[in-house]
Design a protein. Structure first.
Length: 80
């Protein structure tokens, strides 16, 4: 993941915690929580330390991670 994408993801997670998923979903993803969780899961494959920070921000924002959701359904990754 390019650094600017990581920084943007890291910035949106506290925004979700403050303003909620709907207000933070500027790109109109159908399931924004799954989109965020999938992006964090994708980061974990190459950068476990960065992903750990993102997982903490995700939980603080009140969004379940892919593991906590119990699935890695197709379409929730980084392709949207």
């Amino acid at each position: 993941m390019p650094r600017e994408d990581y920084d943007a993801l890291r910035a949106v997670l506290p925004d979700v915690g403050r303003h909620g998923l709907a207000a933070s979903n500027r790109d109109g993803h159908a399931d924004f929580a799954a989109h965020l969780a999938g992006r964090v899961a994708w980061v974990a494959h190459r950068h476990p330390a960065r992903a750990a920070k993102l997982h903490r921000l995700l939980r603080a924002a009140g969004v379940a991670t892919m593991t906590e959701r119990g699935s890695c359904s197709a379409g929730s990754g980084g392709e949207d």
